[in-house]
Design a protein. Structure first.
Length: 68
């Protein structure tokens, strides 16, 4: 369940922050964007990606590990 604090994060800022971190890791998600169909939910669409990109994303998460 999301807390109130989690639901106050600006989705546009979240997308740009995520895009910058992914770029630093050498990963590009061309379809990454704020979901325009549900602004009240502040959803982010990661979009589709090739399997090699998914594998690199999984490895980056594995290396980066836990929450900050």
């Amino acid at each position: 369940m999301a807390t109130k604090e989690q639901n106050t994060v600006d989705p546009h800022t979240a997308v740009e922050t995520l895009r910058a971190e992914l770029t630093d890791a050498g990963i590009v998600l061309p379809s990454l964007r704020v979901d325009p169909a549900s602004p009240q939910l502040r959803l982010i669409e990661l979009g589709r990606m090739r399997s090699d990109v998914a594998a690199r994303l999984a490895e980056a998460i594995r290396r980066g590990g836990g929450p900050r």
